[in-house]
Design a protein around this ligand. Structure first.
Ligand code: IMP
Length: 200
């Protein structure tokens, strides 16, 4: 993976330590990841788009425009078939403005009460700004919302999401197992392949 002649610096525009952990594990050493803290960005970055892709682009553009760094941002949503794609782009604030994951999960289970169709998918869009160019990478993971929480690893909706073909929820998997099939793992591998090819 050491295709770069010199290290490239990229800001990862998130304050979510779980996302940082998952993505760091998949990024080769020759890409230097900077955090928002590293560049002195302390404010909340706006996410006001009505699409997942729009939010990823918005976060990325905010960093480029205000701090001048090449950057990538991840936006993720859980799309539930029986709820017509909800919570989708509203996944973070599903149960309220305080973005409380426990409350979000409880609301989801309540909305699905009595529904037989539990099919859902996670969608991650990673938006990348390199110089003047913008790119997006999408990762999708299909599965089911189970009836109660299981497991205590991961974050967000992980305790109720069981990926297709698996008997464990994401919250019962370690980081590596989750990343192998997860939405974020898939989008990140596309990002890394792209960066490696660019560096060759
Ligand atoms: P955002 O991408 O940070 O806006 O996340 C939207 C919502 O989805 C938040 O409630 C997150 O906790 C949740 N979320 C994001 N990624 C994951 C994941 O990999 N597993 C479970 N929940 C996630």
């Amino acid at each position: 993976m050491n295709a770069f002649t010199e290290k490239i610096k990229l800001v990862f525009a998130t304050n979510n330590p779980n996302k940082i952990k998952e993505i760091k594990a998949l990024i080769p050493d020759n890409i230097q990841l900077l955090s928002l803290e590293d560049i002195g960005c302390k404010e909340d970055i706006p996410e006001t788009s009505n699409t997942i892709e729009g939010n990823a682009l918005q976060k990325m553009e905010y960093v480029k425009q205000n701090y001048g760094y090449d950057c990538f941002a991840d936006d993720t949503g859980l799309e539930v078939e029986a709820l017509n794609g909800a919570p989708g782009v509203h996944s973070a604030r599903y149960a309220g403005e305080d973005k409380n994951s426990t409350a979000n999960v409880q609301k989801l289970l309540k909305e699905l009460e009595g529904k037989e169709n539990r099919r859902a998918r996670f969608k991650t869009v990673i938006a990348l700004q390199l110089g003047k160019e913008q790119y997006t990478f999408t990762g999708i993971c299909s599965g089911n919302v189970i009836f109660d929480t299981r497991g205590n690893q991961g974050f967000g909706y992980d305790p109720v999401f069981q990926p297709e073909g698996k008997t464990q929820t994401f919250a019962q998997m370690d980081l590596e197992e989750k990343s192998e099939l997860s939405h974020r793992g898939r989008a990140t591998r596309k990002l890394v392949d792209f960066l490696v090819k660019k560096g060759q």
